[in-house]
Write a protein that binds this ligand. Structure first.
Ligand code: GUN
Length: 295
């Protein structure tokens, strides 16, 4: 079994990004600038945004964190987005999800200018992705593609099973891995809460991607020997023996599944760090105006 070590790969890619930023700055370009909007005080979101801000610093990007209270109205969030859309300082920005219940996430997603939508969540970017056109790929699927590619994992003709059909992970990775390119050319099956006899599908998978948010859901008997397993789940579980009061669990029962795998991502240190790096790559593309979007 080999580890798909996202932490290590993220450090390598960050170094590559930093070298590019150094070249840009030496050529008198401004530093790429990523803004993140954080509404409310969700503990996990707070951590994720801190990781993003820290990663910006590591590669020499500027970053702008905009904190808004839990009680922020939809109208005032949309006004903030409008300011970011128009700002000449900000190359790309994200609105951290989930949002408080009184805010319509679709309205917010669609208010972000596609050219600055470095999360790749706007329907224009999702549509471009589905058609294989230049776009910002959503960060988690983009991170998974890099983990597969940079570990030299063969994907062509493989049976890939994705568990979970979220807009952020399951649906886009199923589209990306079925495209005629590398990594891709898989025969993809997308399983979800209504799938009958899930194990029938998972046991067939050469590549199993799990994005359910259900800790330790996938057990050894569900996995084929020699499979590549990518665990996107990361859930806080109360644990009084930890200083923080919690431990992090993936969607896969790592200890029993890992010995059966050819490759597996650890949690933490697998997909998570690659998600952050993907956001940096998208921001770099935005700063370099690599993708052409009509105004
Ligand atoms: N919440 C969980 N994942 C993500 C992500 O990739 N982007 C944003 N904006 N929020 C998230």
């Amino acid at each position: 079994m080999k580890l798909l070590d996202g932490k290590k790969l993220a450090e390598i890619v960050k170094q590559e990004i930093k070298e590019e930023v150094d070249r840009l700055v030496a050529a008198n370009h401004k530093r790429p600038n990523l803004a993140a909007v954080l509404v409310g005080n969700d503990g996990a979101s707070e951590t994720y945004v801190q990781h993003k801000v820290r990663a910006c610093k590591e590669v020499g990007f500027d970053s702008t964190l905009i904190r808004l209270p839990e009680t922020t109205t939809e109208e005032s969030l949309l006004a903030q987005i409008d300011r970011l859309n128009k700002s000449t300082m900000i190359d790309g920005f994200i609105v951290q999800l989930p949002l408080p219940k009184h805010i319509d996430v679709e309205k917010v997603t669609q208010a972000i200018k596609p050219g600055k939508d470095v999360d790749g969540f706007h329907p224009v970017n999702v549509g471009r992705m589905a058609q294989g056109l230049p776009c910002y790929l959503p960060a988690t699927p983009y991170g998974i593609l890099q983990l597969l590619e940079r570990n030299g994992i063969e994907t062509s003709g493989k049976d890939c099973v994705v568990l979970g059909r979220s807009n952020i992970v399951g649906t886009p990775i199923s589209i990306l891995l079925s495209r005629n390119q590398y990594p891709g050319n898989c025969t993809v099956t997308l399983c979800h809460s209504r799938t009958k006899n899930l194990e029938k599908y998972t046991k067939r998978a050469d590549i199993l991607i799990v994005a359910l948010g259900q800790p330790e859901f996938v057990t050894a008997k569900m996995v084929k020997k020699g499979a590549v397993v990518v665990d996107v789940g990361i859930t806080r579980i109360e644990d009084d023996s930890k200083r923080t009061g919690y431990r992090l669990a993936g969607d896969v029962k790592y200890d029993e599944v890992a010995p059966k795998c050819s490759f597996i991502t650890p949690v933490p240190g697998g997909v998570g760090p690659m998600t952050v790096v993907s956001l940096l790559l998208n921001t770099l593309k935005a700063a370099n105006k690599e993708i052409n979007y009509p105004d």
